[in-house]
Design a protein around this ligand. Sequence first.
Ligand code: CO8
Length: 266
Amino acid sequence: VSNLYETILAEIVDDGRVGIITINRPEVLNALSTQVMDELADVLQELDADPRVKAIILTGSGKKAFAAGADIKEMRDQEFVTAYLGRLLSGYERATSECRTPIIAAVNGYALGGGCELAMMCDIILAGENAVFGQPETNLGVIPGMGGTQRLIRAVGKSRAMEMILSGAHFIDAEEAVSRGLASRVITGGPEKLIEAAIDLAKQIARLSGPVVAMAKEAVNSANDLGLSEGVKKENLFFSACFGLYDQKEGMSAFLEKRKARFENR
Ligand code: CO8
């Protein structure tokens, strides 16, 4: 990985198959400055373009926060025109929506405002036992601005999303996040155990066929953008496309021959 990043750490583990990105501004609870978001967008593109990397983990440094939101110090002096035309923080939206590699958010501590929105842009959220999700923007005189009004409602339902966004209070803890489907699992035992669990999950994904995982990710994400019948048609096309892959023949033959599959995994 490029070593030019200043606000994030990036490393590759598991023989090059798993990328780990850590937002590294613990002194401000990993607040998302423009530089953080630009570097995140760049590193995601870099890892997604690396054919060896099969899964990416995103986390925050320190024990307290995944990210406590956009950088309020930097945002305070923005005007309408700079916010609108400057497309504050929008590079990340593009980077995540175009990223074919699965992204796992390992949420250790606060995921507030833009931090919650960033986690929701990932494909899977693993919640540390101290995870806290919330959209406190209205307390600052703004509304969520990185997809929160759209994604939170899909994750926790309208009433809870409205309660959180309109009041700017009533945060969600790790257990509630899992019970509502915002996160997939609570990982107890501290930040190290959380990262271990994220790496285990990333390794499981990395063992599978790369193109199959990418198609599965795109098909699932389509559910947010398409109606049911269009989504099912897209799924059917991707499903059919799998039969053009060596990995489909290998996966099914391995099952029938009672052996482990050896995917080409490009
Ligand atoms: N931005 C800048 N600095 C921050 C932020 C932030 N979001 N959050 C925390 N910090 C800083 C604090 O200022 C403090 O710095 P210092 O030590 O210099 O005083 C340091 O981090 C530690 O924070 P606290 O002392 O406040 O720590 P506590 O444990 O007492 O409290 C909280 C932790 C509850 C998380 C508290 O820090 C907090 O409320 N933070 C702000 C949370 C928030 O409101 N987030 C939403 C921000 S708005 C947003 O995200 C909009 C997203 C969409 C933008 C899209 C634009 C187009």
